[in-house]
Design a protein around this ligand. Structure first.
Ligand code: NAD
Ligand code: UD1
Length: 333
């Protein structure tokens, strides 16, 4: 299939591109490089030993999307382009609604005009808000506590309304838990243009000696060691989830599923695993809790397994090992 991959130069998108190519699909990347660089394209090409199509553009530019869809005979879309910083979303709500919701509407209009009806959307576990029970299944109430989460939930609603209005639309909504790790080659990985806020890139940066210590946000949660628990999922497992979703759209239809491992690890467990893998000491201090954080979040993954036949296969050590391979390689550039 010819698959339009919006945000394909980003962290998750670059790994999805590799998986699509490995399974014989042709991804066409569409990205404005607001949080990525064009270097990643050459690296994807090196890994798969093929050239790939990449168009620079903004998803809010509907005529540009129509042109790309027509010229490349696009069959389906995987939509990852978006802004993703929780703190920034609360400071710049208009930007987040414009790109995440407005951009998706522009993409859907371009698809409507060109007759493309299948789209996989990158949603987030952040739509659930404070967990009422664990593990979180897809029937858990949604109650986002930040603007970013609101934009994801509103987009899901738009997709649901659209498929209810016209049965030819088919959507796969994937609610990712905490994507981490990198491609095993060490050639691509998470490379945000600003300062990272998420745990694993910060640990990697401490291990590489770029930062003095990790600040652990909260050591007094009611968890096994007092630190926060999350469901970390390897980005290559996540990438396979997109393939399963695209296949399910073609054979069956719309779906909304969690993509996680179903396992929760504490901050200290992640630090311990990373130290073992990297053979580096990761100094840390325990600070006060970060506002908006919750004690524990992990997924019920039964629906993804039963509908899509998808299950995460890589463990915490593989997540840390590939993150470290990527980090070590980056510092050599
Ligand atoms: P990323 O920032 O690395 O990738 C997003 C890509 O979209 C970037 O390459 C960026 O340049 C591009 N982009 C942004 N605005 C654009 C626009 N207006 N037009 C065209 N391209 C644009 O982020 P990621 O981690 O790869 O996340 C991909 C998607 O998954 C995002 O929608 C994000 O909200 C969602 N998601 C990510 C996580 C996570 O932890 N990484 C968790 C849940 C959901
Ligand atoms: C955050 C976002 C979430 C988003 C996800 C992936 C918030 C409140 N939530 O989730 O919406 O989908 O990233 O992009 O921002 N931690 C530290 N020290 C650090 C960084 C993190 O102790 O320097 C801890 C956190 O308190 C948490 C865990 O590590 O317990 C994971 O944090 P993080 O990687 O930021 O992910 P989430 O908070 O789960």
């Amino acid at each position: 299939m010819n698959i339009l991959l919006t945000g394909g130069a980003g962290y998750i998108g670059s790994h999805v591109a590799i998986t699509l190519l490995e399974y014989g699909h042709r991804p066409v990347i569409f990205d404005n490089f607001v949080n990525s660089t064009s270097n990643v394209i050459a690296r994807i090409e090196l890994i798969v030993n093929k050239t790939i199509d990449c168009i620079e553009g903004d998803i809010r530019d509907m005529p540009a999307l129509i042109k790309v869809i027509k010229e490349n005979k696009i069959d389906a879309v995987i939509h990852l382009a978006g802004l993703k910083s929780v703190s920034e979303s609360n400071e710049k709500p208009l930007d987040y609604f414009s790109v995440n919701v407005g951009g998706t509407i522009s993409l859907l209009q371009a698809m409507k005009k060109t007759g493309v009806r299948h789209l996989v959307f990158s949603s987030s576990a952040t739509v659930y808000g404070e967990p009422r029970y664990l593990p979180i299944d897809e029937s858990h109430p949604t109650n986002p506590t930040n603007v970013y989460g609101e934009t994801k939930l509103q987009t899901e609603l738009i997709l649901r309304n659209l498929s209810e209005s016209d049965a030819s639309w088919k959507f796969g909504c994937l609610r990712y838990f905490n994507p981490v790790g990198a491609h095993h080659s060490g050639l691509i990985g998470e490379a945000p243009l600003g300062r990272p806020n998420n745990l694993m890139p910060i640990i990697a940066s401490v291990a590489a000696g770029e930062r003095g210590e990790l600040k652990i946000f909260g050591g007094d949660y009611g968890t096994k060691d007092g630190t926060g628990i999350r469901d970390y999922v390897h980005v290559m497992d996540l990438a396979r989830g997109h393939l399963a979703s695209i296949n399910y759209l073609a054979k069956v239809g719309s779906h909304l599923v969690n993509l996680g491992t179903g396992m929760g690890y504490s901050v200290l467990e992640v630090v311990g695993a990373y130290q073992q893998i990297s053979c580096k000491t990761i100094p840390y201090s325990v600070e006060k809790r970060r506002s908006g954080d919750v004690a524990a979040v992990y997924a019920n993954t039964k629906l993804a397994e039963s509908l899509l036949g998808w299950r995460a296969t890589q463990n915490l050590y593989e997540m840390c090992a590939t993150s470290w391979a990527w980090k070590s390689q980056q510092s050599k550039i």
